[in-house]
Design a protein around this ligand. Structure first.
Ligand SMILES: O=C(O)C(=O)C[C@]1(C(=O)O)C=C[C@@H](O)C=C1
Length: 263
């Protein structure tokens, strides 16, 4: 299958690396607004090519069986429109938001295969859970999804609404809370750390070790930092009894938030 990966950031590279090891053959092409980044990726994979971008789509009248959009969240809907004429059989996106691209793909590729995937991890922690909306999946996308499964990823079916709602808690509120903790904290001697503070410090290092633009896009797409700030204010203002009530309420909510294996 010819597959053009549009957007060669961390997740575009992750897809290429995962498929390069798959038994089914994927002829890879890479396109990026930074032509040097696409050229680098093409050089790293056997027989892969770099595709120059012109006016948002591929230069010349190029067509690929499948186009995968691994572009930033704010760019994905325009990318669907620009690349739809060049996706012969299928399009998928890995942008991390689902409602917008699923609607746009339905509008621009009504008669072709379509899926939206969100790998819920950074590539260095692959394989992991991948949320999937199989809007219209058939013989073109099936081998690609199988290759991700074969690489140890756990693909689970969701809806755009369920996914985007979940990301408010899973991503936007989590990141806001962790960043606020790091911003409010001060350096302490290592021996003072407790299991709780050491765990938070580890998570803060993970969150701040990524790409600021990706984290800003997540805040814009899903919101939730205000709710975290309001909750922190309520905790800060609570006296003994009110604090105990909040503590109990947080405990009950936290039970529901815990991944099943850890309950
Ligand atoms: O660093 C990790 O492993 C992450 O989980 C990163 C993380 C996240 O924190 O939500 C950040 C952006 C991606 O969309 C997916 C996951």
């Amino acid at each position: 299958m010819t597959l053009c990966i549009v957007g060669v950031g961390a997740m575009g590279r992750w897809l290429a690396e995962t498929l390069a090891d798959a038994p089914s053959a994927f002829d890879l092409a890479f396109a990026d607004t930074d032509a040097a980044v696409a050229a680098d990726a093409a050089a790293a994979f056997d027989d892969a090519e770099a595709v120059p971008i012109d006016d948002g789509g591929p230069e010349g009248d190029r067509s690929f069986e499948t186009v995968c959009l691994a572009v930033p969240i704010p760019a994905v809907e325009d990318a669907v429109a620009n690349w739809a004429p060049h996706a012969g059989s299928a399009m998928l996106d890995l942008s991390g938001v689902m409602a917008g691209p699923v609607d746009a793909m339905g509008e621009h590729l009504p008669d072709r295969e379509r899926a939206s995937l969100h790998p819920l991890f950074a590539p260095e922690r692959a394989p992991g859970n991948v949320a999937v909306v199989e809007d219209a999946v058939g013989p073109t996308l099936e081998p690609l999804l199988d290759a991700l499964r074969d690489a140890g990823n756990d693909l689970f079916e969701t809806t755009p609404e369920e996914h985007d709602d979940a990301m408010t808690t899973v991503q936007a509120k989590s990141h806001a809370a962790v960043l606020a903790w790091a911003l409010a904290g001060e350096e302490v001697r290592e021996e003072f750390h407790t299991p709780v503070s050491a765990g938070l410090a580890d998570i803060a290092a993970t969150v701040t070790g990524g790409d600021a633009r990706v984290y800003a896009d997540i805040q814009d797409a899903f919101g939730g930092a205000d709710a975290v700030a309001d909750a922190a204010r309520t905790v800060a203002d609570a006296d003994g009894e009110a604090f105990a009530d909040l503590y109990a309420e947080a405990g009950a909510t936290a039970d529901g938030l815990e991944p099943e294996g850890e309950r």
